[in-house]
Ligand binder design. Structure first.
Ligand SMILES: Cc1cc2nc3c(=O)[nH]c(=O)nc-3n(C[C@H](O)[C@H](O)[C@H](O)COP(=O)(O)OP(=O)(O)OC[C@H]3O[C@@H](n4cnc5c(N)ncnc54)[C@H](O)[C@@H]3O)c2cc1C
Length: 313
């Protein structure tokens, strides 16, 4: 009988840090999990040249190397990986049914959703060209590489100010670029940033639009800004941090489980990673609008596997 016909204990959706860690724990618990890897095998990290904050990996492996290790670990313990994506999910039925792109239908007693989130970018061709070479959407992840350098942050919400304040502690100067004069951010964050401006560590540049990310072919060297009054300015920076929000990859599940207004999966229904549907758990960036780190996603993947094990027993 192939796994499309038999009822599986657990299907994990996603092969990022959350999905792979859930697979490692579920395999060790004897649940024989099946993992659907999705359109981005290994998840968001695979495009990153250096990971400097994964505990125990002081040699800063590439994201690809790190995720390759996690996937191999899960496979070695017995997780079956399927290179496909889920295109339809019926989670309220018993068993739950997941239709894959190939048309294959997986039936399972429990499901862990670990589909991640995608950072929003400005949408410029030059920005795409320098992603991972100076363009980043995560100061906590990449800020370290810009110690003592000048950087820019794009955005005007609380997340942009949090990123900018974090960078003020590491970088020589931080430009916060926003297309409007007003900010949606918390007042206290704006005030703290203004203190950095007074101290000469930062500058607010508004209302300005980044029309081009400039580089030397290898790395970012600056940004070209256009102002409402028609004037323009070139800023010399080594890094540009885009902080204009994230979109959780949860559209597929929106009629099946509870999400918040931004689409993040609501968890904590009894067990910490339990969703509004019994037997369905969520882990990682798809359920975490705050931390969005590889290690926090992995930790939540571990919790989801333990919660699923408890549910199944
Ligand atoms: C450029 C960049 C650099 C980063 N650097 C760091 C860093 O240095 N340190 C750090 O801790 N964090 C870093 N992060 C953040 C980190 O990558 C994320 O927090 C982490 O990857 C989230 O893990 P996850 O497993 O929740 O989701 P993801 O890694 O996003 O994985 C989601 C998975 O879901 C799958 N999927 C999506 N839809 C479907 C579907 N319909 N069917 C099946 N599968 C599906 C995808 O294929 C993917 O495998 C970085 C992020 C980016 C973008």
């Amino acid at each position: 009988m192939d796994s499309a016909e038999k009822i599986l204990n657990l299907v994990i959706i996603g092969s990022g840090p959350a999905g792979c860690t859930a697979a490692i724990y579920a395999s060790r618990a004897g649940l024989s999990p099946v993992l659907v890897a999705g359109p981005d095998a290994g998840g968001q990290l695979v495009t990153t040249p250096e990971i400097a904050n994964w505990p125990g990996e002081a040699d800063e492996p590439s994201g690809f190397e790190l995720m390759d290790k996690l996937q191999k670990h899960a496979k070695k313990l017995g997780t079956e990986f399927i290179s496909d994506k889920v295109v339809k999910a019926s989670l309220k039925t018993d068993p739950k049914e997941l239709t894959l792109g190939s048309g294959r239908v997986l039936k399972a007693r429990s499901v862990i959703i670990a589909t991640g989130a995608k950072a929003r970018y400005l949408g410029l061709e030059s920005e795409r060209a320098y992603k991972g070479k100076g363009v980043s959407a995560c100061a906590t992840c990449d800020g370290f590489f810009y110690r003592g350098k000048d950087v820019a942050v794009a955005g005007g919400g609380s997340a942009a100010f949090v990123e900018a304040l974090f960078l003020c502690r590491i970088c020589r100067k931080v430009y916060l670029i926003h297309r409007r004069d007003g900010f949606r951010a918390e007042k206290a964050l704006i005030e703290r940033f203004k203190d950095e401006v007074k101290a000469g560590k930062a500058e607010l540049v508004t209302p300005a639009v980044i029309s081009e990310v400039k580089g030397d072919g290898q790395k970012v060297t600056g940004v070209h800004l256009e102002f409402k009054d028609g004037s323009a300015r070139d800023l010399e920076v080594s890094g540009i941090f885009v902080a204009i929000g994230h979109d959780p990859e949860t559209a597929l599940f929106k009629d099946e489980i509870e999400t918040d207004e931004q689409g993040y999966i609501a968890i904590g229904h009894g067990a910490e990673t339990a969703t509004s549907v019994p037997g369905v758990f969520a882990a990682g960036d798809c359920a975490d609008r705050v931390y969005r780190q590889a290690i926090t996603s992995a930790g939540q993947g571990c919790k989801a596997a333990l919660d699923a094990e408890h549910y199944l027993s």
